[in-house]
Design a protein around this ligand. Structure first.
Ligand SMILES: *Cc1c(COP(=O)(O)O)cnc(C)c1O
Length: 409
C-alpha cells in the first residue's frame, strides 16, 4: 500500500494534466472498478478501537464520518488539486460555502479583506455585509486598477480576493501583480477561477495562494449539481480549513462530488470547444449592425486583450456579453428582452458554464438588486445580454440570436 502511494505521488508530478483529469483519484477498491465509485455512506466501520482513536485524533489517515470525509469526495479533491497544480484541495457544498469556509478558517474579527467591486454579487454580499457583522472589514476596489488595490491594503489586510475575468463584462485583473502586492503586504491572494477554469488559467502558477471554485459551473459543466472547492497548500488546509469544515459542516455531498469528478474528465475538451465557439460568436456579434458593443477578452478590441492572451492560455474563455444598440435605456431593455424572448433553441437562464448555451439579462437578474446608478457605474446597462456559450453547432447559436437581433436593422 505504501508503494502504491509512492507510485501515485510520482505520477502526479510527471503526468500531463489532461491525463490527470481522467486518472487522478483515490485508490480503487478491492473490486477493481474502472470508473470511480460513488460511496454513499455517512459512517465508516473501524477495524479496531485503537485505529479509530488514531483516525479521530488525526494521527492516522482514514475515514471516520461523512462530514469529515468520503472517498468519492477525496477523489474529486485530488483530481482538482492536480489540475490546478495545487498541493491539496478541500471541497464544499457550493461555491459560496467555499468562500465562507475560507473566510471563517483564515480570518478573525479586526482583519481586513480587499476585493474587486466587480466580484460575483453574492460574494460582495457575503464579505461586505455578512462578515462585517462579525467584525471583518472589507474594501472594494475597481477590478483592473492595481494602484487602487495597492492603496486599499492596510496593516490588518489578511486576504486579497480577485475574480478574473468578471461577470458579465469580462474585465481582468493581473494575477501576477496582485500576487506580488499580497506578498508585500503579508496577505494571501485568493483567485476565484470559476470563469477561466484550470484549462485556461492556473492562478497558483502565477503566484496566487488559493484558488476558489464554484464546481457548479464548468467543472460539472452540464448544469446538474452544486459544488465548491478551495485549492491551496496542504498546511493551510490541514491547519485552517479542515477544522472549519469539520465544525461547520459545509461538506460536499458524495453524489455531487461524483458528478463533478466525472465532469472534470471532459473539462479540457469542453472549455476548448466552447471558447472557440465564443470567439467566433463574439466576432460575428461585433459585426452585427444591431449590436453596440461586445465584451469578450478574446477580441482585439477588448482593452485587456494582451493580458488575457498571456494569462488565459491564449483564450478569451466561453462567456461574452453584448449590448443591443438603442436610442435610450427603455428601448434598450425592450430590445434585449425581445432578443431573449425570441430564442427557440438556446436557454434564457441565469446560470453559466453549461454545455447548453445560456443567455441572461444581468440588469434585471444577477444585478437586479443594484440601484440604476450603481448599475450604470458598473456598466451593466439595460441593453446588455450575457451569453455563456455551450456546445451547440455555431450556426444554430447565431441563428437563434439573430431571430430577435435582425429585426432592429
Ligand atoms: C456561481 C459563482 C459563484 C458561487 O458559486 P455557487 O456554486 O453558486 O455557490 C462564485 N463565483 C463565481 C464567479 C460564480 O460564477
Amino acid at each position: 500500500m505504501d508503494d502504491d502511494k509512492k507510485g501515485d505521488k510520482k505520477s502526479a508530478k510527471t503526468l500531463h494534466h489532461n491525463t490527470l483529469a481522467v486518472r487522478s483519484s483515490v485508490e480503487r477498491s478491492q473490486f477493481g472498478e474502472n470508473s470511480e465509485a460513488l460511496f454513499l455512506t455517512s459512517g465508516y466501520v473501524q477495524p479496531t478501537a485503537e485505529t479509530s482513536a488514531r483516525r479521530f485524533s488525526g494521527d492516522e489517515e482514514g475515514f471516520t464520518y461523512g462530514r469529515y470525509g468520503n472517498p468519492t469526495v477525496a477523489s474529486f479533491e485530488k483530481r482538482l488539486a492536480d489540475l490546478e497544480g495545487a498541493e491539496a484541495c478541500i471541497s464544499t457544498a457550493s461555491g459560496m460555502s467555499a468562500i465562507l469556509m475560507m473566510c471563517l478558517g483564515l480570518l478573525k474579527s479586526g482583519d481586513h479583506i480587499v476585493c474587486s467591486q466587480s466580484m460575483f454579487g453574492s460574494t460582495i454580499k457575503l464579505i461586505g455585509t455578512d462578515l462585517a457583522k462579525f467584525g471583518v472589514e472589507s474594501t472594494f476596489v475597481p477590478q483592473a486598477d492595481t494602484d487602487a488595490w495597492r492603496n486599499a491594503v492596510k496593516p490588518n489586510s489578511k486576504l486579497l480576493f480577485a475574480e478574473t475575468p468578471t461577470n458579465p463584462l469580462t474585465t481582468l485583473c493581473d494575477i501576477q501583480q496582485l500576487a506580488s502586492l499580497a506578498r508585500d503586504a503579508g496577505a494571501l491572494l485568493c483567485v476565484d477561477n470559476c470563469f477561466a477554469t484550470p484549462v485556461l488559467q492556473r492562478p497558483l502558477s502565477l503566484g496566487a495562494d488559493i484558488v476558489m471554485h464554484s464546481g457548479t459551473k464548468y467543472l460539472d459543466g452540464q448544469g446538474r449539481v452544486m459544488a465548491g472547492a478551495l485549492c491551496t497548500k496542504e498546511e493551510i488546509i490541514r491547519n485552517s480549513l479542515t477544522p472549519t469544515l469539520k465544525s461547520s459542516g459545509m461538506t460536499l455531498a458524495p453524489f455531487n462530488a461524483w458528478v463533478v469528478l466525472k465532469g472534470l474528465e471532459t473539462l479540457d475538451i469542453r472549455m476548448t470547444a466552447q471558447a472557440s465557439r465564443a470567439l467566433s460568436l463574439a466576432k460575428w456579434l461585433e459585426e452585427h449592425p444591431a449590436v453596440k458593443r461586445v465584451y469578450y477578452p478574446g477580441l482585439s478590441s477588448h482593452p485587456q486583450h494582451e493580458l488575457a492572451m498571456a494569462q488565459q492560455n491564449g483564450s478569451g474563455g466561453a462567456i461574452l456579453s453584448f449590448e443591443v444598440r438603442a436610442e435610450c435605456a427603455t428601448q434598450a431593455r425592450a430590445r434585449a428582452f425581445y432578443v431573449l424572448d425570441m430564442l427557440t433553441t438556446l436557454s434564457l437562464c441565469t446560470n453559466l458554464g453549461d454545455t447548453k448555451t445560456l443567455l441572461s439579462h444581468p440588469a434585471s437578474t444577477s444585478h437586479g438588486r443594484l440601484t440604476e446608478e450603481q448599475r450604470q457605474m458598473a456598466g451593466i446597462t439595460q441593453g446588455l445580454i450575457r451569453v455563456s456559450v455551450g456546445l451547440e453547432y455555431l450556426e444554430d447559436i447565431k441563428e437563434d440570436i439573430s431571430r430577435g437581433l435582425d429585426s432592429f436593422t
